[in-house]
Design a protein around this ligand. Structure first.
Ligand code: PLP
Length: 235
């Protein structure tokens, strides 16, 4: 814990410094950009260390992993944020454990989540995941379907719409990556113009957060730059 650049504390400080630098470069106030640490694949000991550094909100992409970690870390009362593709049959577990879902991408999932949340007497914040890249492997609602979907979401009292989320195309070309983020920014503006409470823009990961901040991100989801390389590939 005490020897310099290889520690979690040092990597977290470096990431915070890079976020602030990207904000300055973009003429933005660093207070506008939230850091969501992504702890997927890392165990309870690492998360406890992160909690010791003041982190309380963690992004995870698998419900089973949240279930295991939430049980082991129940004493810490952490906020678990779902950022991965969600199967509808996981709605009950999400309704019990998640503080927020950023990967809401279809109506049947909204129906299932709202029903499960109502049964729990809870409401949670949600972001709608939009597919802004051309890659087949990426999940998310296609941009053309977003306006109608946002209108439909009004029917679900337990889902509090807060904004949009995307993953940029994995491309070595910054212009391609930025175009994905710019698409989300424009969709957010249109959503707000239509009266939706969609202020937040969750975009940017370890490899592309500076570009996302330049394009208006309000929340960057950062895993490997804080926690180190993951030992297995996320699904
Ligand atoms: C894993 C993951 C991240 C973080 O990725 P890093 O490259 O490790 O920063 C961000 N968003 C989503 C949706 C993820 O699944």
């Amino acid at each position: 814990m005490s020897d310099g650049a290889g520690t979690l504390a040092a990597r977290l400080a470096a990431v915070r410094g890079s976020i602030a630098a990207a904000c300055r470069e973009a003429g933005r106030d660093p207070a506008e950009v939230t850091l969501l640490p992504v702890s997927k694949t890392f165990g309870e000991d690492v998360i406890r260390e992160a909690v010791g550094l003041g982190l309380r909100r963690f992004g995870e992409n698998k419900v089973q992993e949240i279930q295991a970690k939430a049980a082991g870390l129940a004493d810490e009362r952490l906020d678990w944020v779902v950022i991965g593709h969600l199967q509808t049959n996981k709605a009950k577990a999400v309704a019990k454990l998640a503080a927020e879902v950023q990967s809401l991408d279809r109506l049947d999932l909204a129906v299932a989540l709202d029903k499960a949340l109502q049964a729990q007497g809870r409401a949670i914040d949600v972001l709608v995941q939009v597919k802004t890249s051309r890659e087949e492997s990426k999940f998310g609602l296609v941009p053309e379907a977003l306006p109608g979907f946002l209108d439909e979401l009004k029917a679900f009292p337990s889902l509090r719409l807060r904004g949009l989320m995307t993953l940029a195309e994995a491309s070595p070309d910054d212009a391609v990556v930025r175009a994905c983020f710019r698409t989300l920014y424009r969709l957010r503006d249109r959503a707000r113009d239509a009266g939706h409470p969609a202020d937040r823009l969750s975009m940017g990961m370890s490899g592309d957060f500076a570009l996302a901040i330049a394009e208006g991100s309000t929340e960057v989801r950062i895993g490997s730059a804080i926690f180190g390389a993951r030992s297995y590939k996320p699904v």
